[in-house]
Design a protein around this ligand. Structure first.
Ligand SMILES: *Cc1c(COP(=O)(O)O)cnc(C)c1O
Length: 394
């Protein structure tokens, strides 16, 4: 039985997989079973923030799990306390953190915070959370409903919880707020939805309006967070002060983790929320090492250098292939090239793979780039060379 057959027989069929068998990786380069190398402009969908096979993260994890991997949240977890402190310090916000295991779980936590706040703060409980069309907030029953894409609201999984509705643009939000609305949840750059960054001024005005009315601004930074935007949080780049922030993907370099941070530090009391695995020794020790690496990478200017270099290469490709691309989108190392149509997008993803370069799709017609933040200039050069070779076949 081949591994492909094994996978198809024993794993539930939720992914339209590509059956390449990667055996090892180094920074932004992956090696398959056949010894073929691929430049990875996806970092496992924004997860492997410090690259594949990162020695510092591997050593930190190894040292940790030799001693304790997991002990439950009934006891002090030293790296959890340290990681929370580090995240709060890097954010510059006066917040506290709860740890879970994924982005969806982090958003569930955010929604629980919003509902409890809505009960505590207002005479008549407020519970509705407005989100945006083309958003993506996760795959649990609640976060599917929070996701503003009809294709996710399959009848098969109904009934869904009440309290979510969707607006097309930021400016549509104001009129949609009623006396049961407790807040707004959104991504500053919609990832799955098409790598579309919102306007800074428009976002600041919304933040000010919500603050004035004691409504919550929940920023889903599951994809934009952990230096993906060039700053620890995209919220810093937008110069806004959210009430609640969720993180996951890049936070522990590939070890499953999710986190919700809020300035409402006393919103939860004992037993309001919890997680068996969340914030255990393994994931938080990995997270500490990742943040340590990325903090210096940000401070010494190398991250910005990479962002600028990637940007120049991306614009070059967009210019050279104007017959294929309509626009360049996104920010930091979360970038997109919008194609003419969905069919061209599929062809590009396939041709890229055949030419040894991994890229993602976003929305209906956007090629998405989420390289490891530590990608080398050589890997960027090689990646774009291969990408252009792929485009030449379209
Ligand atoms: C990936 C993603 C999620 C879901 O994260 P999971 O870890 O898959 O649950 C939620 N929100 C955004 C913005 C994401 O990009």
């Amino acid at each position: 039985m081949t591994f492909e057959e094994m996978d198809k027989k024993y794993v539930l069929h939720t992914y339209n997989r590509n059956y390449v068998n990667f055996k090892s990786g180094q920074n932004a380069t992956l090696f398959s079973e056949e010894g073929k190398d691929f430049i990875d402009f996806t970092s496992g969908i924004g997860v492997v923030s410090v690259g594949h096979g990162n020695k510092r993260v591997a050593d930190a994890i190894y040292e940790q799990v030799q001693n304790i991997t997991h002990i439950s949240n009934l006891f002090l977890i030293e790296p959890q306390a340290k990681l929370a402190k580090k995240m709060v310090e890097l954010s510059g916000y006066d917040m506290a953190v709860f740890f879970g295991n994924s982005g969806a779980e982090a958003n569930e936590g955010a929604i629980k915070i919003a509902r409890k706040y809505g009960q505590n703060r207002f005479k008549n409980k407020r519970y509705k959370v407005l989100t945006l069309e083309h958003s993506f907030h996760g795959r649990t029953i609640t976060t599917i409903k929070a996701t503003g894409q009809k294709s996710f609201h399959q009848d098969a999984f109904s009934p869904y919880p009440d309290g979510f509705s969707y607006k097309n643009q930021i400016k549509d939000i104001y009129a949609a707020i009623d006396d049961e609305t407790v807040g707004v949840m959104l991504e500053l750059v919609q990832g799955e939805g098409g790598v579309a960054a919102f306007d800074k001024k428009e976002m600041q005005e919304l933040a000010a309006f919500l603050q004035k009315n004691d409504l919550l601004l929940i920023i889903d930074e599951v994809q934009t967070g952990v230096f993906r935007s060039g700053e620890f949080l995209a919220s810093k780049l937008y110069d806004i002060k959210p009430d609640v922030i969720t993180l996951a993907k890049g936070l522990a370099g590939g070890v499953p983790i999710g986190a919700v941070m809020t300035k409402h530090k006393d919103i939860f009391t004992y037993s309001d929320h919890g997680s068996t695995f969340g914030g255990n020794f393994l994931s938080t020790r990995a997270g500490l090492e990742v943040l340590d690496i990325l903090e210096s990478y940000h401070k010494n200017g190398l991250l910005q250098e990479n962002i600028d270099y990637f940007d120049s290469k991306l614009k070059e490709a967009a210019e050279k292939y104007r017959n294929i691309f309509l626009s360049v989108t996104g920010l930091g190392l979360m970038r997109g090239l919008q194609c003419k149509d969905a069919d061209t997008l599929s062809k590009i993803i396939k041709a890229s793979f055949e030419n040894g370069i991994l890229v993602l799709k976003a929305g209906r017609n956007t090629v998405r780039f989420l390289p490891p933040l530590t990608i080398s200039k050589d890997e960027i050069d090689e990646g774009f060379e291969r990408f252009e070779r792929a485009l030449d076949t379209i």
